[in-house]
Design a protein around this ligand. Structure first.
Ligand SMILES: [Zn+2]
Length: 61
């Protein structure tokens, strides 16, 4: 196994971890049923993508 040759300071590791922040997913709107949907994904509620039905629509009330 690879092994570190030199010790890192605590600050060096912490500086690297400053970029570990998580961001909220950018949720868009389905153009067909206007429900929240991730971009470039088939709509989970109506099953449409690019104006075509690809999946069975989920029957929710
Ligand atoms: Zn939809």
């Amino acid at each position: 196994m690879a092994h570190p040759k030199r010790r890192h300071s605590k600050a060096r590791g912490r500086k690297r971890r400053t970029h570990w922040t998580i961001t909220a997913p950018n949720v868009g709107e389905c153009p067909h049923c206007h429900s929240p949907r991730l971009p470039h994904h088939v709509c989970p509620s109506c099953g449409y993508y690019k104006g075509r039905q690809l999946l069975e629509a989920k029957e929710v009330s």
